[in-house]
Ligand binder design. Structure first.
Ligand SMILES: C[S@@+](CC[C@H](N)C(=O)[O-])C[C@H]1O[C@@H](n2cnc3c(N)ncnc32)[C@H](O)[C@@H]1O
Length: 266
């Protein structure tokens, strides 16, 4: 049995690897346990590019938030926000625009606990526990009422999370509900695991045994999630190809294993 640190709520299972904490490990964070590190090390043996993939996904998130800010967005709903590492949405947004408001949502208690600690004293950001595929409690939460004005454009982010939701849970319907809730001029930011190499398939077989199984989707399948919105240039691409900064390395963009896009609600 793994020893439980004081900040980790009883409700979290420390004896099985968990995707949020494995991701934290891959990004060099401290909110992970022995089983997550073992899993992360195995994953890195099978798919050494996993750490790169996590970093490139995070870089896409950063550029997408900046894009939204440049397009006048001042409120962010980040669903499947994960365990805080460097460069969280509120840090990027509030550095550029101190009044920017951010609501984080994650279904993992450990992610929520960590985010609460990080947000202490920040009046313009909050975190709630919620499930992406149950939009109503999230949209009707007191925190959403306090932080988000649905009459003004909002960026809804679901970054590296939809691959944890198989089609039988109808994530497409949930995303459509968020699109329905936001006003024209709002943005939808999505990234998703996509496969190219067989070794990645083996890696995902491993993920299936974790508490949070994952499945890859194709570009056409990711495009379905953008129904009712207009993709901005360059459309759905590998993560490093999405509006790279001048010094970004865009060679072999598939090594990100992540496809992504940003769209505007017309
Ligand atoms: C790989 S992390 C991505 C974190 C962050 N969005 C990023 O891209 O850096 C995926 C997160 O989604 C969360 N998650 C998975 N399924 C979810 C669901 N149905 N509802 C809300 N969060 C979910 C996990 O707990 C984890 O924290």
């Amino acid at each position: 049995m793994t020893e439980r640190p004081s900040w980790a709520p009883e409700s979290i299972d420390l004896d099985r690897p968990n995707a949020a904490r494995v991701y934290d490990y891959l990004l060099g964070g401290a909110a992970n346990f022995e089983k997550d590190r073992e899993f992360g090390e195995n994953l890195l043996r099978i798919a050494p590019e996993s750490a790169t993939a996590a970093r490139l996904n995070r870089a896409f998130l950063r550029r997408a938030v900046k894009y939204c800010l440049d397009n006048g967005i001042r409120q962010f709903l980040d669903i499947g926000s994960g365990i805080p590492t460097a460069g969280n949405v509120h840090e990027i947004a509030q550095r550029n625009e101190p009044s920017a408001r951010v609501l984080y949502v994650d279904r993992e208690p450990v992610a929520v606990t960590h985010t609460e600690l990080m947000l202490k004293g920040n009046e313009n950001a909050a975190v709630i526990q919620g499930n992406l595929i149950e939009p109503e409690p999230i949209l009707a939460s007191p925190e959403a009422a306090r932080l988000l004005n649905f009459d003004e454009p909002i960026a809804v982010l679901m970054v590296a999370v939809l691959h944890f939701l198989p089609d039988d849970t109808e994530p497409q319907r949930a995303v459509a509900r968020y699109v329905d809730a936001i006003t024209p001029g709002s943005h939808l930011v999505l990234s998703h695991v996509a496969l190219r190499e067989e070794q990645a398939a083996e890696a995902w077989e491993m993920y299936k045994k974790s508490t949070t199984p994952a499945l890859p989707r194709t570009r056409a399948q990711l495009a379905e999630f953008f129904a009712g919105t207009d993709l901005v240039e360059p459309g759905i691409v590998w993560a490093p190809e999405w509006r790279p900064d001048p010094d970004d390395d865009t060679n072999e963009p598939f090594r990100s294993h992540i496809i992504c896009g940003v769209a505007r609600k017309p």
